[in-house]
Design a protein around this ligand. Sequence first.
Ligand SMILES: Cc1cc2nc3c(=O)[nH]c(=O)nc-3n(C[C@H](O)[C@H](O)[C@H](O)COP(=O)(O)OP(=O)(O)OC[C@H]3O[C@@H](n4cnc5c(N)ncnc54)[C@H](O)[C@@H]3O)c2cc1C
Length: 614
Amino acid sequence: MISELDVIVIGSGHAGVEAAWAAARLGRSVGLCTLSRETVAHMPCNPAVGGTAKGHLVREIDALGGLMGRAIDATGIQFKLLNRSRGPAVWSPRAQADKPRYAAWVRAELESEPNIHWIIGRAGRIVLDAGRVAGLALEDGTVYRCRALVITTGTFLNGLVHVGREQRPAGRADEPPSRDLAQSIKSLGVRWGRLKTGTPPRLARKSIDFAGGVKSGVFHVEHGDLKPVSFSFTSTMSPENTAVCHLLHTTDRVHQLVRANISASPLYNGQIAGIGPRYCPSLEDKVMRFPDRERHQIYLEPEGLDVEEIYVNGFSMSLPAETQRELVRALPGLESAEMLRPGYAVEYDFVQPTELRSSLEMHRVPGLFFAGQINGTSGYEEAAGQGLLAGINASQSVSGRPALVLGRNEAYLGIMVDDLVTKGCLEPYRMFTSRAEYRLLLRTDNADLRLTPKGRDLGLVGHERWERFAGRQARYELNVERLRRSWVRVEGGARVTAAQALRRPELTLAGMMADGDVAIDTSEQDHLLDVSSVETTLKYEGYLLRQQQAVTRAQHAERRKIPETFPFERVPGLSREMVQRFAEARPETLGQAQRIPGVTPAAVAVVGAYLNRF
Ligand SMILES: Cc1cc2nc3c(=O)[nH]c(=O)nc-3n(C[C@H](O)[C@H](O)[C@H](O)COP(=O)(O)OP(=O)(O)OC[C@H]3O[C@@H](n4cnc5c(N)ncnc54)[C@H](O)[C@@H]3O)c2cc1C
């Protein structure tokens, strides 16, 4: 094992694997420090990847050359394109994952990468030299030197698991927490907080009578799409659906049981101090906060084709195990179900991401990067996206190149990082399409058109992906031009260009092609993408133009850089409160300064005026 590395990544969850992969593919020698190879790319909660906004993140990760899209295409067991009935801005791929196969696929990819050196052990201390990162010490005392360190330890920092009144220190389920590393990070003087998340009980597949539940009408079978759509822009064939899920609903009896036992829930008896994810409420929260709701949806999802465990989506809780068993059996169709593991909540420390630059490097410690749940986010996709960016930027910093910072108009990845480093986290952060101000520009069908050239410039996009992308981009440009110049007759007899005809809500490009009115050049593999990108560009041309104009207007402020050493306290006319807000967020541009919560437009104007003289 070499003891001098360019980059060390701590943790091999969804953030860590992308970070290690990216830095290694960019030619850096990478130490991947993790507790065990067995838990690489482990999914501790829902067996799914993608969904609204999260699917956008996966496509963007893939477009830049990351792992997640290819991993889920290769190992997913049920695929759906969500929101098909709505506009293309919100179409989002989602897939049920086969957890063990997904993890094995990612591990094999990492093991095949010669620049990755595995460090199996528990990271304990960040080694500094003259205030910048110089290495990592394991808890057993072994020291590895490095020039950049990426920390992606998820829920492990001072993790505390709760099941009813029982509490045990753990990063998740039965894995011990990381205390020394938490202490080492806190000793840097960073701001940090405490959050919580939870997971539902798992049931034995063989104890559930699926056919009986369907027959009696209490289960509804959920199938994948007839024509499954893949995540990766490199996929060569349509993925296959090999599993189904089952939908059922809670009943009044379930709600009564929750209410009767609520004092035993650590969420409601004061035992848990951390704040949980607002958009992924526990069963206790659903029942107590929405007393008028008669029922809630529950999905029974397989954790893999050969896995005995069934995940009870929507039934996350931290009540005592005995109560959980009773609640499971109170669900219609699950009267004889066997609970294999109870659900639990986990509380953990996170680093306030306002401590980070837009590169995910810590302001106060050059060479130290953070990514994933440790930054206050929740979700595999959010973690993977940050991991990819942190891995890229750790590599860029080692080679003295500028960081990759994506704008809010360029990617959901850019929005996520900007939100985190500008606003910080008061509760677990997850991605939504509503967070994007230029939603129509940021679609899943054009993630490659937006980002693959950037991945290529960095060196992350290989020859094969680039060749395929170049073909698709050329077809896209040609097809748009062709439809601007082709004439068609529309209802009422008028002759208009195909581009103009497409603006009519009742017309679709696929329909016009099927009727023989127009033809475009598509490739067999990318047919759906080719059609959607061209159709959206022309159908929503006016809206896209307006969004583009708004981007141009905003860019004036985004381009005005604020130096790291800018003395906010010396700016005449800035109140002490404003100085404090600026000093905490340390905005890198005037645009970012405008988005800091509580900062007034007047304060930004004053800073702008002072910048002219600085
Ligand atoms: C109980 C639970 C429920 C969840 N529920 C949901 C949900 O409903 N919806 C949702 O979107 N997300 C949920 N999540 C969150 C989702 O699982 C995470 O956001 C995502 O997995 C975070 O990825 P990560 O890479 O940041 O960290 P993790 O996946 O947690 O990976 C952390 C890695 O760090 C390693 N590590 C930790 N300490 C050390 C150390 N000292 N030295 C070396 N290695 C170390 C671990 O071995 C692991 O490989 C849940 C997570 C948990 C634990």
